[in-house]
Design a protein around this ligand. Structure first.
Ligand SMILES: Cc1cc2nc3c(=O)[nH]c(=O)nc-3n(C[C@H](O)[C@H](O)[C@H](O)COP(=O)(O)OP(=O)(O)OC[C@H]3O[C@@H](n4cnc5c(N)ncnc54)[C@H](O)[C@@H]3O)c2cc1C
Ligand code: FES
Length: 265
């Protein structure tokens, strides 16, 4: 997929919680093709400390409105600056980057996919679920947060499938971690997960025990986003072997079959 550098126009910035914003971007031209699981490297202008672009997942592509959505957790200088954007501002974006989830290809009307997200890691699962629904399959979303304030875009997720939630303090949904949720007693045939690494490891463990195909979207620190600086490498098994090799999460990922990851699960 051809990569582009575009000065997109901010159409709206919505506050989703105290530390999360949804940035809706558009362009005069039709936005390029982008698949769920891919990401954008955004340039943070006007910051004295943020020199490198910041990787942000594609949260949604609304073709009717020609909009690209980015959900941003304001954790440091760069993301806080993004949270200050105003309608009409330009945001320089390098996109689309990475490989994306492969769950859409094997879907049939009998598929029962489970999409598990935690924190801001839920971002790419909205677009994945929307594309699944377009193909006639309603996924089950299993979304977790520390408290109910960490659960984001719940109404949007409900448009595309069943939504199950957990919170660590029990303020919404079932109390505990996503891997404690009772929905896991049901049968699923594909799992996609994105969020904190301990959560993804626990999901990978569940998938392995149940013999379910599972992909995880990694969020290793990145710089170039193009496979040039090697700062995002992850040790994985070479395809079909037990031999280890290094792959760039930005170029060869961010989505990996969990069987290839050398996680101790
Ligand atoms: C493929 C990919 C997709 C991502 N998608 C999203 C998304 O949709 N929404 C979103 O809000 N964030 C996403 N992130 C994480 C986001 O890129 C970082 O939070 C951001 O780069 C931090 O920049 P900053 O300047 O605000 O923080 P900095 O000042 O650089 O760092 C602030 C704090 O955040 C931590 N941090 C920095 N980078 C990361 C990272 N990559 N992962 C975890 N912690 C980090 C630092 O260790 C530090 O504690 C994604 C990361 C990757 C690799
Ligand atoms: S971020 Fe530079 S190689 Fe991945």
């Amino acid at each position: 997929m051809k990569k582009r550098i575009l000065d997109l126009t901010v159409r709206a910035v919505e506050r989703l919680s105290e530390k999360h914003v949804l940035i809706r971007l558009t362009d005069e031209q039709t936005l390029p093709e982008m698949v769920p699981g891919q990401f954008v490297e955004v340039r943070v202008d006007g910051s004295t400390s943020t020199f490198l672009r910041r990787p942000i997942s594609i949260n949604m592509v609304d073709r009717e409105k020609n909009e690209l959505w980015l959900m941003v957790a304001m954790v440091g200088d760069g993301t806080r600056k993004l949270g200050e954007l105003k309608p009409g501002d330009k945001l320089n974006c390098l996109l689309p980057l990475g490989n994306g989830f492969s769950h859409l290809q094997p879907l049939t009307s009998h598929s029962s996919p489970l999409l598990v997200g935690g924190g801001v890691g839920v971002a790419p699962l909205l677009y994945l679920g929307a594309e699944m629904k377009k193909m006639g399959v309603e996924p089950t979303f299993l979304l977790g947060g520390r408290t109910k304030n960490d659960l984001l875009e719940l109404d949007l997720f409900k448009r595309y499938g069943r939504v199950c939630v957990t919170t660590e303090d029990g303020s919404m949904g079932e109390k505990g971690f996503v891997t404690n949720h009772s929905v896991l007693n049901e049968k699923f045939d594909h799992i996609a997960t994105c969020g904190p690494t301990p959560m993804m490891k626990a999901v990978a463990r569940y998938a392995k025990q149940q013999g379910i195909y599972c992909e995880a979207s990694l969020e290793n620190m990145m710089a170039c986003g193009l496979g040039a600086c090697l700062c995002c490498v992850e040790k994985v098994k070479k395809d079909g072997t037990e031999e280890a090799t290094n792959l760039c999460v930005c170029k060869d990922g961010p989505v990996f079959n969990v069987d290839r990851l050398l996680w101790q699960i």
